[in-house]
Design a protein around this ligand. Structure first.
Ligand code: NDP
Ligand code: MG
Length: 402
């Protein structure tokens, strides 16, 4: 067994912390090369103290100075740098074998793409990379031949339920040639699955970030509450598994025990089940094709008792329909969807707009901007920037009206 040398992008987040927890259990298998964060400096210092990485990267110079002081005070000789190029550098360094892509949002794209181009083993949590630049990212994966392992629990479940031959090169395989009829993408339905729809404008930030089954970062928690998360995951599945939208069925499953399924032509449905704990897909990605201990509580089916399934409610969750529409439209539309959603969710978290304004901002951006050209990464970055500007303007206008 060759030791893996790991960079964790977004080490202070929910996925980053869970990754460090799994790594800590297997020091003989994994060595941390670099950790990144935006601004949670104390948490990053604690992680550096424990894992002694060679490099730590933060967002800007001010945080880099704080980090350097903190590390010096504890006698830790981790080198400190900051900014987007530093994130790329720790993702492509020759020593690195494995990159966990766990930055939230489009901010994670450049370094994740660089890791794929450099042929690293990429553990992909940052779904926004695939929404923003799915075709270009998967082309980079194909060209470099890098091993890409989905960490998002649903996609990890699907990956586990696919035939061995499909797993070797999912992007260039075909569902129908593999005897697959449909991918069944499960969704918990979030905290507002049964809430009176007339009270949606009164939804508070505290209510939206409180997911019934999973403990996650704030942005993805709001995405789960609006079901935009499932929309982003449909787009993610489209790229990861070369799966046309009409072969992806969203299935609401409130218990979050069945993490997703693959339905075959002969009537078989293969599912992956487990406790809702991200350390399972993280451990799977780290150890693939082996299995390692992840600190996850064994699933107690008797305690679970029952598993429920129902179709999604597109009226209650308009973001889901917007994501399907953007995927169907293609071109720049998914990039517009992603950027408008990021800005709208941040504004909701800052209490600048209502929960029900989130789909309004996205719809308005999609209707104005989805025809922009989006062939290259530079085009996509320009679409991302223009959409953010437009969405901020829309939100300001709404605030003025309030
Ligand atoms: P968190 O918000 O908990 O963590 C995000 C991480 O990214 C933190 O380390 C944060 O640093 C860093 N970060 C934030 N903004 C920037 C930026 N502009 N530049 C560089 N780094 C930045 O998110 P999660 O861990 O919940 O999610 C991470 C990704 O994984 C997301 O794409 C999400 O969709 C995906 N995912 C998450 C799941 C979960 O269970 N949490 C499940 C499936 C997918 P700091 O802490 O210093 O702010
Ligand atoms: Mg998921």
């Amino acid at each position: 067994m060759q030791q893996q040398i790991v960079t964790i992008l977004g080490a202070t987040g929910s996925i980053g912390s869970s990754t460090l927890d799994v790594i800590k259990r297997h020091p003989e298998r994994y060595q941390v090369y670099a950790l990144s964060a935006a601004s949670q400096i104390d948490k990053l210092i604690a992680a550096c103290e424990l894992h002694r990485p060679q490099h730590a990267v933060v967002l800007d110079e001010v945080n880099a100075e704080l980090l350097s002081q903190g590390l010096r005070a504890r006698g830790i000789d981790t080198a400190v740098s900051f900014g987007p190029q530093a994130l790329i550098d720790i993702s492509i360094a020759a020593e690195v074998t494995t990159v966990m892509a766990a930055i939230v949002g489009a901010a994670g794209m450049s370094a994740t793409l660089a890791a794929a181009k450099a042929g690293k083993r990429v553990l992909l949590a940052n779904k926004e990379t695939l929404v923003l630049a799915g075709a270009l990212f998967m082309d980079a994966v194909s060209q470099s031949g890098c091993v890409l392992l989905p960490i998002d629990s649903e996609h990890n479940a699907i990956f586990q339920a696919l035939p061995d031959s499909y797993r070797e090169n999912p992007y260039q395989s075909s569902l129908s040639a593999a005897g697959i009829e449909r991918i069944l993408l499960t969704a918990s339905g979030g905290p507002f699955r049964t809430r009176d729809i007339n009270t949606f404008p009164q939804i508070t930030v505290a209510e939206a970030v409180k997911h019934p089954n999973w403990s996650m970062g704030r942005k993805i928690s709001v995405d789960s509450a609006s079901m935009m998360n499932k929309g982003l995951e449909v787009i993610e599945a489209r790229w990861l598994f070369n799966a046309p939208a009409e072969h992806i069925q969203v299935v609401v499953h409130p218990q979050s025990v069945v993490h997703s399924m693959v339905q075959y032509r002969d009537g078989s449905v293969l599912a992956q089940l487990g406790s809702p704990d991200m350390r399972t897909p993280i451990a799977y990605g780290l150890a693939y094709p082996e299995r390692i201990e992840a600190g996850v509580k064994a699933l107690d089916l008797f305690a679970v008792g029952r598993l429920d399934f129902s179709p999604p409610d597109f009226e209650r969750f308009p973001c889901l329909g917007l994501a399907f529409a953007a995927l169907k439209e293609g071109g720049a539309a998914p990039a517009v969807l992603n950027a408008a959603n990021e800005v709208a969710v941040a504004a909701f978290l800052n209490e600048e707009i209502l929960f029900t304004d989130i789909p309004r901002v996205i719809e308005s951006a999609l209707s104005r901007l989805s025809t922009l050209a989006a062939l290259s990464i530079d085009d996509l970055m320009a679409v991302d920037a223009e959409t953010r500007q437009f969405a901020h303007f829309e939100i300001q206008q709404k605030t003025v009206r309030c």
